[in-house]
Design a protein around this ligand. Structure first.
Ligand SMILES: C[S@@+](CC[C@H](N)C(=O)[O-])C[C@H]1O[C@@H](n2cnc3c(N)ncnc32)[C@H](O)[C@@H]1O
Length: 343
């Protein structure tokens, strides 16, 4: 059994727990702040997780991290004690690794302290280089392994990333645009929508197509569009690189050429006016888009919307069942989940 931890966006831990629990061989899965901790006997299935940002083999827990600068010396000493060849040997069963691997370090912390994450990174790198011949690289993109140090108050969790690249990076995302959603958040919204294979999924404001492509990977019949022709072009390019058979359309989400009650799930990351400008005042835009969503959704349909302005989401028949505030690009948008009928 190996101890592992997955890192998520704040607020999404419970959904990632749900996704991890159904992996065969997972035991003792539980949430912590921005993480899901678990034990498992096979690491490979963890690389298919879609809602987490990344997943790591746990290599150490440091229980007594001080907030003063003296902690940096301890961090360096403890880093020299990792059994990195053993951990790398475990990971080599799921992907090839170099004879003398290179490594990068990522550090983040919760709670005040008198040193920075850059200083934590330097201490970890120095400790590892004292003990092993591994090459330290600043650039995570170039390294074979990423070592993640996650300090919450006095306790640090240290892990070696299972994949060469973070899980939230999807190779299909060849074209990015401002406001583009993190694929792991898109996948989480689809799970919250209870999307099932074969269901009809609509994203009326698709941007570069992240939600639709994630939905297609989950087996949905997908349809997306955007008012902006460049977004439509980008979404089509990304879908092609993901091998997804769909054509995104240029349309106005307030006036869709779709039949009444024809869609099982609407999942969308609505424009909220900061990165994405719209051609109407936001109140009127949200009123009109809610009316249109309510027109096209089936009687048993589900709607999941991400916005910083959930108060502007008003439906007649759809009822709010859940709201989750998340951290995303320095903002705190809210995922709102709606279903039809009495709650
Ligand atoms: C926050 S972005 C969506 C990002 C998308 N989830 C992604 O991953 O790229 C909002 C999108 O709404 C689109 N939009 C704005 N007004 C629209 C309208 N009236 N009809 C359809 N799309 C619209 C914008 O062009 C933008 O691409």
């Amino acid at each position: 059994m190996q101890s592992v931890f997955a890192v998520t966006a704040r607020g999404l831990e419970a959904v990632s727990l749900r996704e991890m629990r159904v992996i065969p061989g997972i035991q003792n899965a539980q949430t912590a702040y921005r993480r899901v901790l678990a034990e498992c006997d096979s690491l490979l299935p963890l690389l298919s997780l879609r809602t987490v940002d990344d997943v790591f083999l746990q290599v150490a827990i440091w229980p007594q991290i001080d907030h003063t600068r003296s902690a940096l010396g301890n961090i360096q000493d403890w880093s020299a004690e990792f059994d990195l060849p053993k951990a790398a040997g475990i990971i080599s069963k799921i992907r090839p690794i170099a004879q003398i691997p290179s490594f990068s370090v990522t550090a983040n912390f919760v709670g005040k302290r008198n040193y920075s994450s850059e200083e934590i990174k330097s201490s970890v790198a120095a400790g590892i280089q004292e003990q092993w011949t591994w090459n330290y690289l600043e650039d995570d993109r170039e390294s074979d392994f990423n070592i993640r140090v996650f300090i919450e108050h006095q306790t640090a969790l240290v892990g070696l990333r299972l994949g060469k690249r973070p899980l939230h990076e999807r190779s299909y995302k060849q074209v990015q645009r401002p406001g583009s959603l993190k694929p792991s958040v898109a996948a989480t919204m689809l799970i919250l929508a209870d999307l099932k294979p074969g269901e009809h999924l609509l994203d009326p404001c698709c941007g570069v197509g992240t939600i639709i492509i994630e939905g297609a990977v989950m087996g949905a019949v997908v349809q997306g569009g955007d008012v902006d022709s460049e977004a439509v072009e980008a979404a089509n390019a990304n879908a092609a690189s993901a091998n997804i058979q769909t054509r995104f359309e240029q349309w106005d989400a307030r006036n869709l050429s779709l039949l009444d009650g024809s869609v099982d799930c609407v999942v969308s990351n609505l424009p909220w006016g900061r990165q994405i400008q719209i051609d109407a005042d936001l109140k009127a835009f949200y009123r009109d888009i809610c009316t249109e969503i309510e027109r096209v959704i089936r009687p048993d349909g589900r709607v999941v919307l991400l916005t910083t302005m959930p108060d502007l989401l008003n439906f007649k028949r759809l009822r709010l069942v859940e709201q989750i505030e998340i951290s995303l690009f320095g903002q705190n948008p809210i995922i709102s989940v709606f279903k039809i009928g009495e709650i």
